[in-house]
Each structure stands twice: as structure tokens, then as C-alpha cells.
Design a protein around this ligand. Structure first.
Ligand SMILES: *[C@@H]1O[C@H](CO)[C@@H](O)[C@H](O)[C@H]1NC(C)=O
Ligand SMILES: *[C@@H]1O[C@H](CO)[C@@H](O)[C@H](O)[C@H]1NC(C)=O
Ligand SMILES: *[C@@H]1O[C@H](CO)[C@@H](O)[C@H](O)[C@H]1NC(C)=O
Ligand SMILES: *[C@@H]1O[C@H](CO)[C@@H](O)[C@H](O)[C@H]1NC(C)=O
Length: 414
């Protein structure tokens, strides 16, 4: 009988004699940086771009319908006018050896695909599944063939057999190679030519392949006054406690359709001490949206409460500096927690006013019109200007969403 000590000795000898050292990954969360790039071309406003995207959220997934083949024909707007504006992107390696692609970080969709700008480079690990794929994003679409390949996120974190789209036709994606879709897997159902199939996301596969021990993604983004910056962080399989303060409070995914198909939550919003802006409603948190969009009646209530004026050039509400001095906080009530969204958080960074078609004379507000009636089941979108102030967790495994304050919640950088 071998004693434990002899086993250990044998093990050490085996290690010493093997050419490759034995590496046991510790399953700690994987952190991947992401960037914001602002490149406004003047053909459409930030608000228009976000609204067009929002139309797809509201139109799809009702009665089990997906955003794939069924709704693509329903696009009636000029998607080419939507090119460029604000992108939140991550560098992802695909294949072996890996080619690096710049992909939009999107919790509002769940297909991962490449080929918009840089063409897909096939390697030994590429396998064509024989399926066609198509997804409509409102602000663009892609169609192509579905492959499986090895996807590398961060250093040394390779997901094998990841199903990815390889685009042959795209609209609305300039300067990026595609999308890293990290929303709920159900959003992929119906996007393949075999309509019954759904596609596990990179988070789903990383978890099922044992690469991470929690089925979740933590997302940090900090306010910025730069046109281009890498100050975001995706954490697969956990959260990064250096990026938030206090504790993360979780709330279940809403049960109200269609917000329930996305990273959907219930929330109400008040302005100042007691003005109701949004009664308790369902909506979503979304990394692919820049502004905070509210159903038209809530937006009107905000316009009245702040005394702001609609600005044609930017499509945003604007204040004079004297009016801005009187701007009060918004309070987002999510679950049992109230998140104070300061006056400074409600404005576009003033040093970037001209980059979105504004002037230095005014202060522009990032709360805008969703362009729909109240009580549609998707009455708000908390876009990146919200997520710049609160750490965000999409816990797919437990169907819940977490928020926490950050060192930037009360920042006055804007
Ligand atoms: C901004 O977008 C325009 C048009 O889409 C493109 O030609 C230009 O190269 C972009 N600039 C940067 C800095 O990415
Ligand atoms: C993988 O591709 C390389 C060329 O990039 C080739 O030399 C090698 O033989 C291939 N390996 C396999 C297992 O197909
Ligand atoms: C590869 O992934 C597909 C779904 O994306 C799945 O159907 C298939 O079983 C997987 N193959 C292996 C070998 O894990
Ligand atoms: C932000 O400021 C408010 C009011 O001064 C304060 O109550 C709150 O604790 C601050 N939040 C953070 C995260 O620092």
C-alpha cells in the first residue's frame, strides 16, 4: 500500500520529468478591459441611434418571436445613417493561432459574431456548422454562416467550441468587427436557419466548460471626458470588488414582457424630493445604449421638472448654466434600494459637447425619449451613462441583476 507521502513523491517526480508543467487553472474570475470610442459623424443624433435600437427591443420577443429571420424584413429606417457614434468595445481572440477582433460589448443581444470590418480568419479550430444566421439590431443587422471556433477572452482563457456568426452582409457597423453578445441565451433562439436552436453565449460556455465558477458577468465603466479611452472592465465569473463601494444589491429579472427577455428589471424614478418621473415599470439595463431612455410620458415629466429645452442639433434636452445650477438628483428605486443619480451624472461631459453637435454655451442632459407610450412592458433603458455611475452585474445563473455604488457615483467630472 502506498503512503500519501510516496504518492506525493511520485507526483513530484512525474512533474519534474514531464516536458510541460502541469497547470491547474484556479477558476478565479477573468477580467477583460473594454473601451469607449466616440466618433460622431453628424448624420444622426445620439438620441436617434439609441431610439432605433430600442425599437427592436420593443418589437421582438413578443409571443415568443425572436429578432432573427422573422423581424428582419420589418426594418424601415435607413440604417446606414446610424453608422458611428459611441461604441463600447472589447478585443476578443478567435481561432488558433488567434486573430484579434474588436467587438461591441452587448448585454442587449446574445449572438457573438465577426466579419463586419475585418474578415474572419479561418484556422484549424474553425468549423462551419452549415447553418445560416441572421440578427436584426434596429441600428443595424448582419447575416452569414454559423461556425464554431475557440474564443479567447483576456489572457489564457480559451473557450472551445464557441458558436459564432461569420457575417457575409452587415449594415450599421463601421469601425468594428462585430458583437460580443452577453445577454440572455434565449435572445439567440430563432437566429439560426434551424429555428429551434439556441446558442450558448461565451458566458454560458465558459461556465459549462468549467473555466469560471459563477455564471455571471460583472461590468464596470467609469465616466470619461475623452473621445477614446479604455476604462471599462468585464469580469467573467465574478465581480471586481476594487470597482465598487458598499455591497452589490441584487434584484430578480423582471417578469414583465418584453423586458423579461433581456437584462430586465423593475424600477421607479423620482426627481428631487418628491416629483414622480417614472412610476414603477419594467425596462432594461443595456451596455449597447448610451443614454437613459424613458417612455414618452416619463420623459415629458422630466422635461417639465428640469425646465429643460429640446435642442434640435443634438436631439438632447439642454439647460443654461444657471438652470444647471438648480438641477436636482434623480432617484432610481430598484428593488429595496434607492440609487441617487446626481445632477452631474445627468449631463453629457461638457468638454465633449462639440463632439456631438452641441455648443459650449449649454449643458446637455443624457435622459431622453424612448419614443413609446407608457406601460408597454419596456418603459426605460438604463444605458451606459447610467452604468458609468453604478457597477452592474448580470447574474445569468440566478436570473438576477446587481447594482452597487462606485468611486464615481458622485463624481463631478462631467
Ligand atoms: C469616424 O467615422 C468615420 C465614418 O464612419 C470614419 O471614416 C473615421 O475613420 C472614424 N474616425 C475614427 C477616429 O475612428
Ligand atoms: C494547423 O494549422 C497549421 C498552419 O497554421 C498547420 O501547420 C498544422 O498542421 C495544422 N494542424 C492541424 C492539427 O491541423
Ligand atoms: C459544440 O457546441 C454546440 C452548440 O453550440 C453543441 O451542440 C455541441 O454539442 C458542442 N460540441 C461539443 C463537442 O461540445
Ligand atoms: C453621494 O452623495 C450623497 C449625498 O451627498 C451621499 O449620501 C452618498 O452616500 C454618496 N454616495 C457615494 C457612493 O459616495
Amino acid at each position: 500500500m502506498l503512503l500519501p507521502v510516496s504518492l506525493a513523491l511520485l507526483w513530484a517526480l512525474a512533474l519534474a520529468s514531464s516536458a510541460k508543467p502541469l497547470v491547474v487553472r484556479d477558476k478565479s474570475p477573468i477580467t477583460v478591459p473594454f473601451s469607449r470610442r466616440l466618433n460622431f459623424t453628424g448624420k444622426s443624433t445620439l438620441a436617434q441611434r439609441d431610439r432605433v435600437r430600442a425599437q427592436t427591443f420593443m418589437g421582438c420577443c413578443r409571443g415568443g418571436m425572436s429578432c432573427g429571420f422573422e423581424t428582419a424584413a420589418a426594418s424601415v429606417f435607413d440604417v446606414s445613417a446610424m453608422n458611428g457614434a459611441v461604441d463600447y468595445t472589447v478585443t476578443v481572440g478567435i481561432g488558433y493561432p488567434a486573430t484579434e477582433y474588436t467587438l461591441i460589448v452587448d448585454t442587449g443581444s446574445s449572438n457573438t459574431w465577426v466579419g463586419a470590418d475585418q474578415a474572419y480568419v479561418q484556422t484549424n479550430t474553425s468549423r462551419n456548422t452549415g447553418e445560416e444566421v441572421e440578427v436584426d439590431y434596429g441600428s443595424g443587422y448582419f447575416e452569414g454562416e454559423e461556425y464554431t471556433d475557440t474564443v479567447t477572452l483576456g489572457s489564457g482563457f480559451a473557450i472551445t467550441n464557441q458558436s459564432i456568426g461569420v457575417a457575409s452582409v452587415t449594415e450599421g457597423f463601421s469601425g468594428v468587427d462585430g458583437i460580443l453578445g452577453i445577454g440572455p441565451q434565449d435572445l439567440t433562439c430563432g437566429t439560426l436557419s434551424n429555428a429551434d436552436e439556441c446558442i450558448p453565449t461565451v458566458t454560458d460556455n465558459a461556465y459549462s466548460q468549467g473555466l469560471i465558477s459563477a455564471h455571471e458577468v460583472g461590468i464596470s465603466f467609469e465616466p470619461t471626458t475623452s473621445l477614446s479611452i479604455t476604462n471599462g472592465e468585464l469580469t467573467f465569473g465574478g465581480t471586481d470588488s476594487s470597482k465598487y463601494t458598499g455591497t452589490i444589491t441584487y434584484t430578480p429579472i423582471t417578469t414583465t414582457e418584453p423586458a423579461s427577455s433581456y437584462v430586465g428589471i423593475d424600477q421607479s424614478i423620482t426627481y428631487g424630493s418628491s416629483t414622480t418621473i417614472l412610476p414603477s415599470s419594467a425596462g432594461i439595463a443595456d451596455t449597447g445604449t448610451t443614454l437613459i431612455l424613458l417612455s414618452s410620458s416619463a420623459y415629458k415629466a422630466y422635461e417639465r421638472a428640469t425646465g429643460a429645452t429640446y435642442d434640435e442639433n443634438t436631439g438632447l434636452l439642454r439647460l443654461t448654466t444657471a438652470e444647471y445650477d438648480k438641477l436636482e438628483s434623480l432617484y432610481f428605486n430598484i428593488g429595496e434600494t434607492t440609487y441617487e443619480f446626481t445632477a452631474n451624472a445627468q449631463i453629457w461631459p461638457r468638454s465633449l459637447n462639440t463632439a456631438i453637435g452641441g455648443t459650449s454655451e449649454y449643458v446637455y442632459l443624457i435622459v431622453n425619449d424612448l419614443g413609446s407610450d407608457a406601460e408597454t412592458g419596456l418603459d426605460f433603458i438604463n444605458g451606459m451613462t447610467f452604468l458609468e455611475r453604478f457597477y452592474f452585474v448580470y447574474d445569468a445563473g440566478n436570473s438576477q441583476v446587481g447594482f452597487a455604488t462606485t468611486p464615481y457615483t458622485n463624481a463631478t467630472t462631467n
